[in-house]
Design a protein around this ligand. Structure first.
Ligand code: 2PG
Ligand code: MG
Length: 409
């Protein structure tokens, strides 16, 4: 694969914040990838840009990108990114770190071009390597329906303490699942209007409805739309975001829970509302708290997914620890948490060996990039977590639908 040109620029994400975009031109065409950005980040995530900021990363890229021009890369599998990674590392040795968002975008755009060079789409290129080219099983979407926590930081006053109230279809096709989720999201709007005095249409970071109801009031709404549409319900508690010095500090309603109370509370909610999916139910360093919840649901023969996100940050060391300590049966994969596609592949293979369900996830700050969809299908993720509403979210859902159509031809 012969590099004709590589260019870096800054574009705005869904929060109107700057993020990096890399464009690569080869004889096969032009390829573009831009990086998403998180707000409720795990402590162990790699830094997204150089410690001097995104502008500094861009300055470094303006020097680095021309150095790639006219170079030839032979990329037949993900590991072949090594040459590119080495060049970046050597450059970083002299000028400081690019940051995980830069390496994510750079490696991804090279993979896209490499796929085309091999006459494949990105999902195919990865599926051929990771899944021996077998026809991939379509994921199901996990859609953010009602929001709270730090993602609703722009509203003053009350909001649910949990970050995301999620809808998870169980349909034969991905496209049907997307339609069902959207209908349920619209129904949730009407229920919010009925239940909350003075409610008006407002959406937070990833497109979910904003509300000042409590966690449990929102769960009642979710339960009722889920029943009507045959959906499962999920939560991203993002517990680290309201954990302070040993305690979970709830604001709506005001209450302080210690570790034992928190685990009990989550277990009770799972039972009461028949919750199928709980992400980051405990703060990110509490592997034993996660384990307590997982043990309790297994004792009840429940199939609820106990999901690590901030707990694991797509980092092999933490994933190993979480699995060996029995803390989770599912995890979030966000490539820019680790900023290395070789690491993502290692994590995926480890999850497959240990029957850990994989959820490929967007970030709260997103762009019009749909690479996540190809990664989810190619790596064999069982779920893709995005919003239900908003063009940066829909573009990823549409891409999965496109792949589904292609596969069913
Ligand atoms: C999460 C994500 C995406 P952020 O916590 O799962 O919903 O949020 O991108 O802000 O880390
Ligand atoms: Mg999360």
């Amino acid at each position: 694969m012969f590099v004709r040109e590589v260019m870096a620029s800054l574009v705005k994400n869904s929060r109107k914040k700057k993020t990096v975009q890399i464009e690569l031109e080869t004889y096969e065409g032009k390829f573009v990838v831009s990086a998403p950005s998180g707000k409720s980040k795990g402590k162990s995530e790699v830094q997204d840009y150089n410690s001097k900021g995104i502008e500094h990363s861009l300055k470094m890229l303006k020097v680095f990108c021309p150095m790639l021009k006219h170079k030839n890369f032979l990329i037949k599998k993900i590991e072949d990114l090594k040459l590119l990674v080495e060049l970046m590392k050597r450059f970083e040795g002299r000028y400081g770190k690019f940051g995980g968002n830069v390496s994510y975008a750079m490696e991804s755009v090279f993979l896209k071009a490499a796929a085309a060079d091999n006459g494949k789409e990105l999902w195919q290129f990865i599926n051929d390597e990771v899944n021996g080219g077998l026809k991939p099983k379509m994921p199901m979407p996990i859609g953010n329906c009602i929001g709270g926590g730090v993602h609703s930081g722009m509203i003053k006053g009350k909001k649910p303490d949990f970050q995301e109230f999620l809808l998870i279809p169980r349909e034969k096709t991905f496209s049907r699942a997307v339609t069902v989720n959207f209908r349920a999201y619209e129904d949730a709007k009407e229920l919010l209007r009925k239940k909350e005095k003075g409610w008006r249409v407002r959406r937070s970071d990833e497109g979910p409805w904003m509300t000042s109801l409590t966690n449990e009031e929102v769960l009642e709404i979710l339960k009722s739309v889920a029943k009507k549409h045959g959906l499962r319900i999920g939560l991203d508690i993002a517990a680290s975001s309201f954990y302070e010095r040993g305690y979970y500090k709830y604001k709506n309603k005001e209450l302080i829970r210690d570790k034992v109370d928190q685990a009990d509370y989550i277990e009770r909610l799972i039972k009461k509302f028949g919750i199928f999916y709980v992400e980051d139910g405990m703060q990110e360093e509490d592997f034993s708290g996660f384990k307590e919840i997982l043990n309790a649901i297994e004792k009840n023969k429940s199939k609820t997914l106990i999901v690590g996100d901030d707990l694991t940050t797509t980092n092999m060391r933490l994933v190993r620890r979480a699995v060996s300590s029995g803390a989770m049966n599912a995890m979030i994969v966000k490539p820019n948490q680790i900023g290395s596609m070789i690491e993502v592949k290692n994590v995926v293979q480890f999850c497959k060996q240990h029957n850990i369900v994989m959820i490929f996830s967007h970030r709260s700050g997103e762009t019009m990039d749909d690479t996540l969809a190809d990664y989810c299908v190619g790596f064999g993720g069982q779920f893709i977590k995005t919003g239900i509403y908003g063009r940066e979210r829909l573009i990823k859902l549409r891409r999965v639908m496109e792949i589904e159509r292609e596969l069913n031809k």
